[in-house]
Design a protein around this ligand. Structure first.
Ligand SMILES: [Zn+2]
Ligand SMILES: [Zn+2]
Length: 560
């Protein structure tokens, strides 16, 4: 194990490169003509590496613009001002253009990343990633969604609004990572819950409000860590009448709801938290892992084997530094890769093999520095070669990249196609506009384009109870209490709030998302001691946090 210092001027964190890391780098190093081109250990700490990759994913800054080929109006991840050619998704996948026509020679006397940036400027980008959506144009990275809006990264859902990763769910609003759920509102990391509001980490339950870590419960309010209970308030048994009275009372106004939430969160602080949520997982560190083995510093994934620094990437083996991917093997430094094998530095690509530094390329193998290719082999900067020429030229490019420090590194932060504050890097590693500009990163000024409203009203002037909200609210612009941004309530939303009997939100949808992220621990680990037995633990709860954190054993003894 060696201790290194992050090469980022503003960071200088020390980080370790372990013997396991070195074994991985050797495994992932490509071989040409019998010679292995060793991938060197990283120069940046894991956090700075994450930040660079996350800058390539824009989830919620969506724009109406024209497809640059057909002129048709589309919803896109790219604004009209983006310095790229952008095609509608179906046009991008069609035969009316040829990505190879943009092919060019590699110049062995100029940095590779510079030449890749030039290619990015001319090859059309896919404006949006949606697979099999129906009336769900504003749901990037989603699959099989119906009648949904601003629903990101989920698989299979119907009538879902302003939510993230809701798989096999329906009729939910403002939720984060709640699979198999229905009629839920403002829930985070819940599984298989029904008619539930403002809950965190609850499972197999229904009719809960403001509960945390409850399982197989119903009709509970403000409870923590209960199992198989009914009609409880703040962990005490109450009469059915008392439960119903309180359930109505706390929904009476937006301020009542917020007050109750504060009270519940303060109550939860008195209970111990588990250092990490792991199910059937061995020799691993991280959080929210299921069926993993030898997963180091990994988060929100299942079925990982021999992986490190992996988030949201299920069913993968021998991978490191990869996010938002699935079914990958021998992948390093990547984002949004699906069903891929032996690739380094690929983004937004799937069904790829033996490829290096590619973007939006699919069903291909042996590509280097390519953009927008489908069903291709042996290409460099979108130019096709024979197998022999490809295998002669790529080692020369790697030699050049080794000399100028590019080889094995991820693309520079400045090369991301999205403004920093549009990307999810800003969610996890926020920067001010000034800081971003000092680093040479672009910044998107949010220009509100709420049209067709009859009036604009500050959120704190909205009627307090949902019963007093007129139908006409769908024609109003509402000014967010925190950010001042204008947002609208659409008819489906209003119906949802009325049916769930909750006040209309006073915050812009992006601000609601940002507030929910408070309940998601950072994708970082700290060494601490169990608050009960003092055994060393690794946890995503930072040492200065107020929660009481127990090791797995002490936690299970306490809760069950
Ligand atoms: Zn760093
Ligand atoms: Zn303990």
């Amino acid at each position: 194990m060696t201790s290194n210092t992050c090469a980022n001027g503003w960071c200088h964190q020390s980080f370790e490169v372990t013997d396991e890391d070195l074994v991985f780098f050797s495994k992932v190093s490509p071989v040409f003509g019998g010679k292995k081109y060793a991938v060197p250990p990283p120069t940046l700490c894991p956090n700075c590496r994450q930040q660079k990759r996350l800058a390539w994913r824009n989830e919620r800054s969506l724009h109406k613009r024209a497809c640059d080929l057909t002129g048709k109006s589309i919803v896109s991840l790219y604004s009209t001002d983006a310095a790229f050619t952008v095609y509608a998704q179906d046009v991008w996948w069609g035969d009316s253009w040829d990505a190879l026509s943009f092919g060019r020679d590699i110049d062995l006397n100029r940095p590779f990343f510079e030449q890749f940036a030039e290619l990015m400027k001319i090859v059309p980008h896919m404006g949006m990633f949606i697979s099999h959506g129906e009336n769900s144009d504003y749901c990037p990275y989603s699959t099989d969604y119906k009648d949904s809006y601003m629903c990101i990264s989920g698989r299979k859902g119907e009538n879902i609004y302003y939510s993230f990763m809701l798989n096999d769910s329906r009729d939910c609003m403002d939720c984060y990572a709640c699979p198999q759920s229905e009629l839920c509102y403002e829930c985070v990391n819940c599984v298989h819950v029904y008619n539930t509001i403002h809950c965190i980490e609850c499972k197999n339950s229904n009719d809960l409000a403001f509960c945390m870590n409850c399982e197989s419960c119903q009709n509970c309010i403000g409870c923590y860590g209960l199992r198989q209970q009914k009609f409880h308030v703040f962990n005490k048994s109450v009469s059915e009448e008392e439960y119903h009275r309180l359930n109505l009372e706390l929904r009476i106004s937006s301020s009542a709801l917020q007050e109750f939430k504060k009270k519940a969160l303060a109550f939860f602080l008195g209970f111990p938290r588990r250092n990490a949520q792991m199910i059937n997982t061995e020799h691993s560190s991280g959080d929210y892992l299921v069926n993993c083995s030898n997963a180091y510093c990994c988060f929100l994934s299942e079925d990982l084997q021999d992986c490190a620094y992996v988030w949201n990437t299920p069913h993968s083996k021998d991978c490191a530094d990869i996010n938002y991917s699935s079914k990958t093997q021998l992948i390093y430094n990547a984002m949004s890769n699906v069903n891929s094998y032996a690739c380094i530095g690929c983004m937004g690509s799937w069904d790829m093999k033996n490829s290096l530094y590619c973007f939006q390329s699919f069903y291909s193998s042996d590509l280097f520095g390519c953009i927008g290719l489908k069903h291709k082999k042996y290409c460099i900067l979108n130019k096709e070669y024979t197998k022999e020429d490809y295998e002669t030229l790529v080692p020369k490019i790697i030699d050049m990249m080794q000399k100028n420090g590019e080889w094995g590194e991820f693309f520079p932060l400045q090369l991301s196609p999205f403004a920093y504050n549009e990307s999810i890097a800003h969610e996890f590693f926020p920067l001010s506009k000034v800081q971003a500009e000092e680093l040479g990163l672009s910044w998107e000024e949010h220009v509100e384009s709420v049209s067709g409203t009859t009036k604009t009203i500050p959120a704190d002037r909205l009627p307090d109870s949902i019963r007093d909200i007129p139908d006409d609210i769908v024609n109003w612009g509402i000014q967010c209490e925190t950010t001042g941004r204008i947002f609208r309530i659409v008819a489906q939303e209003l119906r949802f709030y009325r049916e769930r009997n909750v006040p209309v939100p006073h915050l812009h949808p992006h601000e609601r998302h940002r507030k929910r992220l408070r309940f998601i621990n950072p994708r970082k680990l700290w060494d601490r001691e169990c608050a009960k037995c003092q055994k060393p633990i690794s946890t995503s709860y930072a040492p200065e946090r107020r929660e009481i954190v127990y090791c797995e054993r002490c936690y299970l003894e306490t809760v069950y």
